[in-house]
Design a protein around this ligand. Structure first.
Ligand SMILES: NC(=O)C1=CN([C@@H]2O[C@H](COP(=O)(O)OP(=O)(O)OC[C@H]3O[C@@H](n4cnc5c(N)ncnc54)[C@H](OP(=O)(O)O)[C@@H]3O)[C@@H](O)[C@H]2O)C=CC1
Ligand SMILES: O=C(O)CCC(=O)C(=O)O
Length: 456
C-alpha cells in the first residue's frame, strides 16, 4: 500500500541498519546513535544521517563545543515496544511501536505519531530531532519527540485501529504526559487517533488529561485552526519566500506532492491565494493541468473516492514525473527522500517549500544550493502545525479556548517572525535557508543547555 514511502520512486528500496540497535524487545530503552557498538554506514536515504549532516554543518559554523554537540545530536530516550492487538478475525497480532524523545532541554518532548508499514527507528529518530529544531526555530517551549507504529492502516478496520492505538498508548504511557511528552498527528493519524490516545491516557491517570496530546477534536479540548495549521504555515512560508524572490502568487505555478492534511490543505490555501496549482498527487500517482486545477473539486473527489485515480480534466502522471514538472514552486508535502541525488538535476522549480519532513536529501541540498534554488526547509515551513499544537496545549492548561481568528493571527505572527529570524541568520552567515534554520535552532537549544548547567 505504501510501496514508495521514504524512497525515490525509481529506485529499489534502500534500507540502512546504521545505528539500529540489536534485537528489539518489549519496552527496550536505548541510548541511541551514540552507542559505542554502533556502526556508521553513510547512506543518503537514511533520515537520521540526513539530519546529522545538516546538524554537523551548522554546528561547525557555530563552532559548537564538542561535548555540547554530542549531547544535542543524540536522542535522549528511545522506547521500542511490542504489543498484542486482537484483530477482527480473532487472531492476535503483535505490532512494533517506537517513541523517540530527542530533547527535553526547552520543555516537554513534542511531535507526531505516524502509522506506516515501513516506519523504522532511524526515521523516527530523525523526525524526533527535527521536532527539537523546529520547536526552537518557531520558539515554542518544547523539545522534540516522534512516534511510529509499524502497520498498514489502509488494511485495518476502525476497531483494529482503535485497539492498536490504545495498546500502543498503554505501552508508552510511562514516558507521556503534559509535562513529559505530548504527541500529535502525523502521517495516517488524525484527530480520532488523538482522541483515543487522550482517552487511554486519561483512563490510566484516573482523570481527564486533555493536554497529553494535541490535534484532538474540538469537543475534547482541541484547538480551532489546528487541522489547517500546517498547510496554513506552508502557505505563509510560500508567501514570505516569494517576497524575497520578487515574485507574486498570481504569477506563480505550483506543484504539490501529497494531498493529505499538509498537501491537501496547503494546496487549497495556495489556490485561494491566487497561485496556479498545476499538479497534486497521492499514493496512486499525480494529476496535471497546465491551466491550473480546481483544487476544491480535486479534494472533494479524493474525499469521495479516497484516491485521485479516475479524476478527469487532467493528465495522469507517475510520481517521479510530477517532481520534475516545469513550475515556479514545488511543495513536497508527502514524505522523506523525494528530491535526491538521482533526480535533483531534473528538478525545475525556482522555489521549494517543504511541507513534509525530510523530503530533500543532504546530497540534493548541496546541488540546489550551488544552483541557487531557494529551499524553505521543513523545520521552518511546516512548523505551523506544532505552533498551533502549542496553542492547543496552552488552551487546555488554561481551560480557556481562543477564537479561530486569534489562533490564525498568532500563527501568522509566529511564522513570519521565524521566517525573518532565519533570513537574518542566512544573511549573517551567508548560508542557505536550511543551514540558517539549523544554526538558529541549535544556537537556541545550546544556550539553554549552557544555562541549565553542563554537568547537572
Ligand atoms: N500533520 C501535520 O500536522 C504535520 C505533518 N508533517 C509532515 O507532512 C508530511 C505529510 O503528513 P500528513 O499530511 O499529515 O499525512 P497524511 O497521511 O494526512 O497525508 C499524506 C499524503 O501523502 C500521500 N502520499 C504518501 N506517500 C506518497 C508518495 N510516495 N507520493 C505522493 N503522495 C504520497 C498520501 O496519499 P494517500 O492518502 O493516497 O496514501 C496522502 O495524500 C509528513 O512528512 C509529515 O511528517 C509535518 C508537520 C506537521
Ligand atoms: O503538532 C505537533 O505537535 C507535531 C506535528 C509534527 O509531527 C511535525 O511537525 O512534524
Amino acid at each position: 500500500m505504501f510501496p514508495h514511502r521514504g524512497v525515490p520512486f525509481d529506485l529499489p528500496r534502500p534500507r540502512s541498519n546504521a545505528f539500529t540497535p540489536s534485537p528489539m524487545s518489549q519496552g527496550t530503552v536505548s541510548k541511541g546513535p551514540n552507542d559505542a557498538d554502533v556502526q556508521h554506514t553513510p547512506d543518503e536515504f537514511n533520515p537520521f544521517e540526513a539530519m546529522a549532516d545538516r546538524f554537523d554543518r551548522a554546528s561547525d559554523i557555530l563552532g559548537l563545543e564538542e561535548g555540547v554537540r554530542e549531547v544535542l545530536r543524540a536522542p535522549d530516550r528511545e522506547v521500542i515496544v511490542s504489543f498484542p492487538v486482537l484483530m477482527d478475525d480473532g487472531r492476535v497480532k503483535v505490532f512494533k511501536g517506537y517513541r523517540v524523545q530527542h530533547s527535553f532541554l526547552r520543555g516537554p518532548a513534542k511531535g507526531g505519531i505516524r502509522f506506516a508499514p515501513d516506519v523504522h527507528l532511524d526515521e523516527v529518530r530523525a523526525l524526533a530531532a527535527w521536532m527539537t529544531w523546529k520547536c526552537s526555530v518557531v520558539n515554542v517551549p518544547f523539545g522534540g519527540g516522534k512516534g511510529g507504529v509499524v502497520c498498514d492502516p489502509r488494511t485495518m478496520s476502525r476497531g483494529e485501529l482503535e485497539r492498536m492505538t490504545r495498546r500502543y498508548t498503554t505501552a508508552i504511557m510511562d514516558v507521556l504526559g503534559p509535562e513529559r511528552d505530548v504527541p500529535a498527528p502525523d502521517m495516517n493519524t488524525n484527530e480520532q487517533t488523538m482522541a483515543w490516545i487522550m482517552d487511554t491516557y486519561s483512563m490510566h491517570a484516573r482523570r481527564s488529561t486533555t493536554a497529553v496530546v494535541t490535534g484532538k477534536p474540538l469537543s475534547l479540548g482541541g484547538s480551532r485552526g489546528r487541522t489547517e495549521a500546517t498547510g496554513r504555515g506552508v502557505m505563509i512560508a510560500c508567501r514570505e519566500a516569494l517576497k524575497t524572490l520578487g515574485m507574486r502568487p498570481e504569477n506563480t505555478s505550483a506543484v504539490v506532492q501529497g494531498a493529505g492534511n499538509v498537501g491537501g490543505i496547503g494546496a487549497q490555501l495556495l489556490h485561494r491565494e491566487g497561485y496556479k496549482v498545476v499538479s497534486i498527487s497521492d499514493i496512486s500517482g499525480a494529476i496535471y493541468n497546465e491551466r491550473g486545477l480546481d483544487v476544491p473539486d480535486v479534494l472533494s473527489y479524493i474525499k469521495q473516492n479516497r484516491t485521485l485515480e479516475g479524476y478527469t480534466e487532467c493528465d495522469h502522471l507517475p510520481h517521479a514525473e510530477q517532481l520534475e514538472l516545469e513550475c515556479d514552486l514545488l511543495a513536497p508535502c508527502a514524505t522523506e527522500n523525494q528530491i535526491t541525488s538521482k533526480n535533483v538535476d531534473r528538478i525545475q522549480a525556482k522555489l521549494i517549500v517543504e511541507g513534509a519532513n525530510g523530503p530533500t536529501t543532504a546530497a540534493a541540498d548541496k546541488v540546489l544550493e550551488e544552483r541557487g534554488t531557494m529551499v524553505v526547509p521543513d523545520i521552518l515551513s511546516n512548523a505551523g502545525g506544532v505552533t498551533v499544537s502549542y496553542f492547543e496545549w496552552v488552551q487546555d492548561r488554561m481551560g480557556y479556548f481562543w477564537t479561530e481568528d486569534i489562533v490564525n493571527t498568532r500563527l501568522e505572527q509566529s511564522m513570519v517572525a521565524a521566517f525573518n529570524d532565519v533570513d537574518k541568520a542566512r544573511r549573517k552567515y551567508d548560508v542557505s535557508m536550511r543551514i540558517a534554520s539549523y544554526i538558529l535552532a541549535i544556537d537556541r537549544v545550546a544556550s539553554v543547555y549552557r544555562l541549565r548547567g553542563l554537568f547537572g
